[in-house]
Ligand binder design. Structure first.
Ligand SMILES: [Zn+2]
Length: 73
């Protein structure tokens, strides 16, 4: 259900999710702007991704935990 989708802000430099959850892409975009303007985060380093519904702080596309489970079974 896309209405239940959650979004997170990911930092390549930090190696993962630095802010979650947001409940809409618009909310995530606002928080991303806030992190850049208030916390001095690098705009080019922060990306918004839909979160994996099964794992916290993992992107839906490219979730490492999902990949691990698929390989284990
Ligand atoms: Zn997952």
């Amino acid at each position: 259900m896309s209405t239940n989708a959650e979004y997170g802000i990911f930092s390549e430099a930090a190696g993962g999710c630095i802010y979650a959850p947001c409940h809409s892409p618009e909310e995530a975009a606002r928080e991303r702007e806030r992190l850049i303007t208030e916390d001095g985060e690098d705009a080019g380093d922060l990306t918004v991704n839909e979160l994996c519904p099964d794992h916290e702080e993992q992107p839906k596309h490219g979730c490492e935990d999902c990949a691990t489970e698929e390989n284990a079974s």
